[in-house]
Write a protein that binds this ligand. Structure first.
Ligand code: NDP
Ligand code: MG
Length: 381
């Protein structure tokens, strides 16, 4: 029996992880959950899974929350920390969105829990710190992101020194093939309609700008100890191959399945074992063909911008993330246009290039703050 904490249980990854637990009550038990603002969903989840501890990160939302069974409720800044380090938990699914999830990831590692990591922003901002901490505490980080879950599986075929390239697949998002001019007038509703995956709003926009793929390059650098130049993004519209590893003998190992994040969350929780899955079998005859294309790095400028940030290093990836978090939120609120996200994020990265010389966690958090301030100013706040 695995005892699980789900940080961000009301979100897309959170609820899909709960579905795995729901279908395997003999294998998994939910001991701790957190939510931010969605108290209606949190109450339903709590009453179904009866955790021992519940964390509510947004204090102003917590007043409307109550449950009719015995459990500990933690409200505010310690909610993630207490749930991630809760004694009866062995595996922490980090499914909070944004750098707000960093605290939970760090607490899980320091409490020596298995970390199933969906919260990519924490790795983007503080990848070196997190991976060093995981080494120090002898903790395994299992990626939930589908590409990294695939790479983790493909890496079983060879030694680290035998890796030539990582072929990181991308669905291309809803605007594959569009020109920059065509992107200017895109609305939030259009950007929220992803062709193959149903995800939270923020990552759906990141997928549409290809910021998400840029983040995934940074994640891969930290998780797998490769250079950004060893990673090639391959647009693969069908989302059947979730990524590939090419070895020095030019052999390419790919991982395939129907696109369903529950497969990735389950792999991360049960590794090194595999168990029966809730996802459908792959029907290659029905799919019949798979296609591949190069990404358009001129139109989707956040992709090369991310490569530049991780290559120059330091706190630049944190600047990239902070500017993007602010810009995406503004876009979702209808206050800026779709292409303004790309424009302002690239500008802030350029302006804060001194951040490449900042390395400690407190430097990173300061650069995050400063990047948010500058982005806000540029967007007229
Ligand atoms: P959602 O927006 O669907 O869910 C986010 C979760 O985080 C919710 O439970 C939300 O609580 C909580 N949350 C939001 N803000 C805060 C905050 N400031 N502090 C604490 N908790 C907060 O996101 P997704 O599930 O789509 O994504 C979660 C993470 O997983 C992201 O980092 C994303 O990049 C990554 N990921 C997601 C994939 C997907 O398919 N969705 C695929 C690969 C990676 P509430 O709802 O109560 O406000
Ligand atoms: Mg992904």
């Amino acid at each position: 029996m695995k005892n699980i904490a789900i940080l961000g249980c009301t979100g897309s990854i959170g609820t899909q992880t709960l579905d795995i637990v729901r279908r395997n009550p003999d294998k998994f038990s939910v001991k701790a959950i957190t939510a931010h603002t969605d108290m209606i969903s949190l109450k339903k989840i709590a009453e179904e899974f009866k955790p021992e501890i519940i964390g509510i990160t947004d204090e102003s939302s917590a007043s409307s929350f109550s449950v009719n069974f015995n459990c500990k409720i933690v409200v505010g800044i310690y909610a993630l920390k207490e749930c991630a380090s809760y004694q009866n938990v062995d595996t922490v699914v980090c499914a909070v969105v944004g750098i707000a999830g960093l605290d939970g990831v760090v607490s899980a590692i320091k409490s020596k829990k298995r970390v199933a990591l969906a919260n990519k922003e924490s790795l983007v901002c503080a990848g070196e710190y997190i991976t060093n901490l995981a080494k120090e505490y002898n903790v395994e980080i299992l990626p939930v992101d589908s590409e990294h879950c695939a790479i983790h599986q493909c890496l079983k075929s060879g030694a680290h020194g035998e890796i030539k390239r990582i072929l990181l697949t991308a669905s291309g998002g809803p605007f594959f093939g569009r020109t920059r001019n065509e992107l200017e007038g895109i609305t939030a509703a259009q950007a929220l309609a992803h062709p193959t995956w149903t995800m939270g709003a923020k990552i759906t926009i990141d997928s549409a700008t290809l910021m998400n793929k840029g983040f995934e390059i940074i994640e891969a650098v930290h998780l797998f100890g490769v250079l950004a130049e060893q990673i090639q993004v391959v647009v693969h519209r069908e989302s059947i191959i979730h990524s590939m590893v090419e070895y020095i003998d030019n052999s390419v190992i790919a991982q395939m399945s129907v696109p369903d994040m529950r497969a990735c969350a389950q792999y991360a929780i049960t590794y090194p074992e595999r168990c029966d899955s809730v996802i459908n079998e792959l029907d290659l005859f029905e799919i019949s063909r798979l296609t591949f294309a190069k990404p358009d790095t001129k139109t989707f400028a956040l992709l090369p911008c991310a490569v530049d940030c991780i290559t120059r290093g330091g706190a630049l990836p944190a600047v990239l993330n902070a500017a993007n978090e602010v810009a995406v939120s503004e876009f979702l609120h209808g206050r800026i246009g779709f292409y303004d996200i790309t424009r302002v994020v690239c500008e802030v990265v350029e302006e804060m290039n001194f951040a490449q010389h900042s390395h400690t966690l407190s430097d990173i958090l300061n650069c995050d703050k400063e990047a948010r301030r500058i982005t806000g100013l540029k967007l007229g706040h």
